[in-house]
Write a protein that binds this ligand. Structure first.
Ligand SMILES: Nc1ncnc2c1ncn2[C@@H]1O[C@H](COP(=O)(O)OP(=O)(O)O)[C@@H](O)[C@H]1O
Ligand SMILES: [Mg+2]
Length: 387
């Protein structure tokens, strides 16, 4: 157990993005110290840690400093080399463990793991050649999505293939996609998307948060609504599935499970994130325990926190598209003038289209009030209201 506030209550965080930043903010509030190993130059998001290592993840001297300073290691980003996690694991607890993180790094391993545990997911086929792509498309028998096995995020490394694509077009399509291995999955007729955050402690204690209803724009999360506007039966089933995944991994920490609700009523797991998640950012303002505090509690072996939603919330992601130029944000007055709106910016100095620069949480006495506040603000920035 790592009790916060002692001289050596150091948490080691691997990765250098905004999730690490928000983890640092919560860690500082609670009296932990954070050593963040970013693996390279970072955008500014990391500089809230007590100590930052920018060395590449291969650097032996950095590994030495890291393991000598911290009591437990965690990740804020899943693409940390698995052999590094295993190496750290020889000296310290790594939570979540290398097995869970490396499974979630790779869609092929992730889908295979889910299928092996009987977790419902969209029909999928691992493909490593044009012949396998053609066979997979035939087996799916309709529109499909081709996704690279590794390093995809925010819809990158994905391509929709229409069910009417002629077989003679496939060689060029496969060559152009340029992945050695990929996962081909049925294109689901989406009724809704939702996600569940589950936290599990080292002794197996488990808590879940209220599921979030998620809306994407250009495959990037745009809006999360909590409580979700979905039937109770769907929400409780999603929570149960999330717990069973955490248990199957013997997971320690916060795990995010993304789901599709299909038009035909199927609830399918889309993907997993072995860390706090964008769709859980509202927990900072709207829940008794934020997902970042929960991560610190879980990896430290402390009692898990109360996940109660204290107020209905709508989270809006702020992308770089809103910026006037790469260094100039818009005037935030419409947000700051809205009751119940909380602005979070991640300290990134360069805005780019599609880049996550911050988010706003809108709280309301009711979900409808939170939705109205979010819609009014979006209109002020020339965006459509939340549907
Ligand atoms: N099989 C699918 N059917 C329908 N929509 C999909 C499918 N796969 C992905 N999408 C859409 O693209 C979004 C991003 O895909 P996802 O697999 O979660 O990748 P990532 O979030 O890593 O970019 C999903 O949230 C969903 O809106
Ligand atoms: Mg996703």
């Amino acid at each position: 157990m790592i009790n916060p506030g002692t001289r050596d209550s150091w948490i080691g965080v691997l990765g250098g993005g905004q999730l690490g930043r928000m983890l640092c903010l919560e860690a500082r509030r609670m009296g932990y110290k954070v050593l963040q190993w970013t693996g390279g130059d970072v955008s500014g998001a990391a500089y809230l840690a007590d100590l930052v290592l920018e060395a590449p993840f291969e650097a032996a001297a950095a590994l030495d400093r890291f393991v000598h300073r911290v009591r437990v290691a965690t990740v804020e980003f899943e693409n940390i080399p698995g052999d590094l996690l295993e190496e750290i694991g020889r000296t310290l607890p790594v939570r979540p463990g290398a097995g869970a993180v490396t499974t979630c790094q790779n869609r092929e391993r992730e889908k295979t793991f889910l299928a092996a545990h009987g977790i419902p997911c969209a029909d999928f086929h691992v493909v490593s050649s044009c012949q396998e792509l053609e066979a997979g498309l035939q087996a799916i028998g309709g529109a499909a999505m081709l996704k690279t096995a590794e390093f995809g995020y925010d819809g990158k490394g994905q391509r929709v293939i229409s069910g009417e694509t002629p077989a003679e077009d496939l060689p060029a399509l496969w060559a152009d996609f340029g992945a050695g291995r990929a996962v081909l999955e049925e294109k689901v007729d989406l009724k809704a998307e939702l996600s569940v955050l589950v936290a599990r402690g080292p002794e197996g204690q488990v808590v879940t948060y209220d599921p979030a209803e998620n809306q994407h724009c250009n495959q990037i999360l745009d809006i999360s609504i909590v409580p979700a506007r979905l039937p109770d039966g769907v929400l409780s089933e999603a929570r149960e599935i999330a717990v069973s995944i955490a248990e199957a991994f013997e997971y320690v920490g916060v795990l995010a499970v993304e789901f599709f609700l299909a038009g035909d009523g199927r609830l399918l797991v889309n993907e997993l994130a072995p860390r706090p998640h964008n769709s859980g950012h509202h927990t900072l303002d709207a829940c008794a325990t934020s997902q970042f505090e929960q991560q610190l509690r879980a990896v430290s072996g402390l009692p898990l926190g109360d996940t109660t939603l204290l107020a209905p919330a709508v989270m809006w992601n702020l992308l770089g598209d809103l910026w006037i130029d790469e260094a100039t944000p818009p005037d935030w007055s419409p947000v700051l003038g809205t009751p119940g709106a909380k602005l979070h910016l991640y300290g990134k100095t360069q805005a780019r289209p599609g880049r996550k620069m911050g988010h706003v949480t809108f709280l309301g006495a009711t979900r409808e009030e939170a939705l109205e506040r979010a819609s009014a603000c979006r209109r002020a920035f020339g965006l459509p209201p939340v549907e």
